[in-house]
Every structure is written in structure tokens, then in C-alpha cells.
Design a protein around this ligand. Structure first.
Ligand SMILES: O=C(O)C(=O)C[C@H](O)[C@H](O)CO
Length: 340
């Protein structure tokens, strides 16, 4: 079984119920989530040996997060401990034309105060096939960015495949550095990048060819540029989202491997239950697909898109689906129903 290690922050997710506004809420649903952890959950659901590395506070909230990681069948043995608190994110779930809103409360979190040298990456990455990180970790603090770069360099030295979801978060990046000052050095070792025209603009300063035009015609231009900039790049991909309404999305995807462009058939997703974590579901599906269908990039992309579509139907951050359900969404009648 493949072993994949991801590094990032898990947070307590406090969401309003029944589409209430923050100001109306007297109760919040408490779950957990975090871009890189969500990817681990997807992979564990597909039978991959997924490990999550983070820093948790040594208090009851940190231990509850640890229990959650274990409950999701994700390996936790190399998590480090210390710092003040677990990060929180508040989610106001939108309705109709009112979009969802996220408020972060993660300053001084255990993960944002992690430092280089606190994780023994040589040991952690021994025997791993894949290392995953995202643009969220370098956005939370300078020291987290340094700790992440340390992991990336060890993974690269060991010849482990590295993936990054660019994951631009405009509300983060508060510590005085811009993404463009931090990301290029970190990305130069990555082999698989998930990103679109907007994220490439915000994270790497790559000008938008046509700001309103994000499809199969303009993405190859961006990806060719990424291949020029990033020497180790093997695959660049993204979802293609066409919003019919907040509760009706049309979702496809595109992948470039330096030679050919692959695109996945657009699927109708309605009603949308919760789109938070759908990019992570795509990323988890892509890692699984690239590991499992080694020479079949089309199948890897189709798997990622089907996984992403299914996530929209599930409340919470995680894509709680089985391998069979994703396969059925690709090969069956498109409904993910598993026949008995
Ligand atoms: O935005 C973040 O930093 C998070 O990790 C919160 C959510 O889990 C994430 O956005 C889902 O992709």
C-alpha cells in the first residue's frame, strides 16, 4: 500500500446551522478540517496509508483533534506537541445568492508557531512515496513556511514525489511576506501542482492572460509557463467550475503533463450541500489516481473530478466516500450508486 505524508494545520471548524448568519447563531456545529488533513482523509478512504504531520497543543482540545485524526484512519505518530492553542475557523454557510463566509481564529496556534527542526523529517519520510503540502502552511507564519521548506527539501533529497495545492487564502499572509517572496523557492521541488489562473496570479505573480477566461484554452498557456518556471514539475491540474447558482455547479477538470492536455467531462452537481473541502477532495483524488493509474493521466483526472463532485454532496470538510463510489461515478451511471 502506498504511503503518503501530508504536512499542515488541522483546525476546529465551527459552523452556523441551517444557513444562519453569524450574528443570529446561538450554536455552532463543531467538526474539524484543514486543507492538507482533508487530503489525508480522502486518501485513507481509498485505502492509502496516509499520515498527517502537524503540531498540536498539549491540552484537551489538541487531544480531541488527535482523536479525530485517529478516528479518520490517518496515521498520527509523528505529530509534534507544544504551543498555545488549536486554530479555529468559523464558517457561515451561505444560501442562494449569499455566499459562505470564513473567519479565521488561528493566530498563535500550535502549528503557526512550529519551527524548523521540530519534526525529524529524515525519519518521518523514510519509506514514503509521496509528500503533500499546500500554500496554506507558508501563509500562516514565517516559521511554518520554514518548517515546510525543510520537509520539502528532505522529501526531494529522498526522491519522494511532492505535490502542492497552491490554495491561495487572501485572509492569511499577515506576517509581512507576500506569497511571491516565499512560494517560488518552495515550489521549485514540487512535481505535481494544483492551481488555476487566479491562484497562479496571487501566489506567483503570473499575469492573467484574460482575467475572465479560465478554461481549456487559457490554462495550457499558464501550465506551459509553470513548466518553464518549475524545473521538477511533472503534472499541473485544476478543477474547472462553472457556477449555475450557489446550489448548482458544473464541474470538470484539466491536467497537463508537459506534453499533452487532458480534460474531464463536465458533471452537473446539484444540490450543493457543502463545497468547503472540494478542492482537497480533487487533490486527494488526483494523488490517488496518479499513484494507482500510473500511466493513465486521463483516468487519474477523471477520478479527481468525480471525487470533487461527490464532496459537494457531503456536509463537513471531508470527502466521506468509498473508492467504489468514486469509481461508480466515473464508470457507472454517474450517480455514484453502488449496485448490490
Ligand atoms: O482555509 C484554510 O486554511 C483551511 O484549511 C480551512 C478549510 O479546511 C479549507 O479551506 C478547505 O480547503
Amino acid at each position: 500500500m502506498s504511503r503518503v505524508v501530508a504536512f499542515g494545520e488541522i483546525m476546529l471548524r465551527l459552523s452556523t446551522e441551517r444557513h444562519l448568519r453569524f450574528s443570529q447563531s446561538t450554536a455552532f456545529g463543531a467538526t474539524y478540517g484543514g486543507g492538507e488533513f482533508n487530503v489525508c482523509v480522502s486518501l485513507a478512504n481509498y485505502g492509502v496509508n496516509a499520515e498527517f504531520v502537524t503540531r498540536l497543543p498539549e491540552n484537551e482540545i489538541g487531544f480531541s483533534a488527535l482523536k479525530e485524526i485517529r478516528k479518520m484512519n490517518v496515521e498520527s505518530k509523528n505529530i509534534v506537541y507544544g504551543g498555545e492553542r488549536l486554530g479555529i475557523y468559523f464558517l457561515e454557510t451561505g444560501a442562494g445568492t449569499r455566499g459562505s463566509n470564513v473567519v479565521y481564529d488561528r493566530a498563535h496556534s500550535a502549528m503557526s508557531t512550529i519551527e524548523k527542526g521540530q519534526v525529524d523529517w529524515d525519519k518521518v519520510l523514510d519509506g514514503a512515496e509521496w509528500f503533500h503540502w499546500s500554500g496554506i502552511t507558508p501563509a500562516i507564519s514565517q516559521t511554518a513556511a520554514e518548517a515546510c521548506l525543510e520537509a520539502i527539501k528532505v522529501a526531494h533529497k529522498k526522491g519522494i514525489k511532492i505535490s502542492c495545492d497552491l490554495n491561495y487564502r487572501s485572509k492569511l499572509w499577515q506576517y509581512g511576506k507576500t506569497p511571491n517572496e516565499v512560494m517560488p523557492e518552495m515550489l521549485k521541488y514540487s512535481n505535481v501542482i494544483l492551481g488555476d489562473i487566479d491562484t497562479a496570479y496571487f501566489m506567483l505573480g503570473i499575469p492573467k492572460v484574460n482575467p475572465n477566461y479560465q478554461d481549456e484554452k487559457s490554462l495550457p498557456t499558464l501550465y506551459t509557463k509553470l513548466f518553464e518556471l518549475i524545473p521538477n514539475l511533472q503534472v499541473a491540474a485544476t478543477t474547472l467550475r462553472y457556477s449555475v447558482s450557489a446550489s448548482h455547479q458544473r464541474i470538470g477538470g484539466i491536467l497537463f503533463d508537459g506534453k499533452a492536455i487532458y480534460s474531464a467531462k463536465v458533471k452537473e452537481v446539484t444540490p450543493v450541500v457543502d463545497r468547503v473541502g472540494s478542492g482537497d477532495a480533487f487533490m486527494g483524488g488526483l494523488i490517488y489516481g496518479l499513484l494507482e493509474y500510473q500511466n493513465n493521466n486521463q483516468r487519474a483526472l477523471d477520478f479527481a473530478v468525480a471525487a470533487c463532485c461527490l464532496k459537494h454532496t457531503i456536509a463537513g470538510d471531508y470527502n466521506l466516500v468509498t473508492l467504489k463510489e468514486v469509481e461508480n461515478m466515473i464508470d457507472g451511471d454517474g450517480s455514484a450508486l453502488v449496485s448490490r
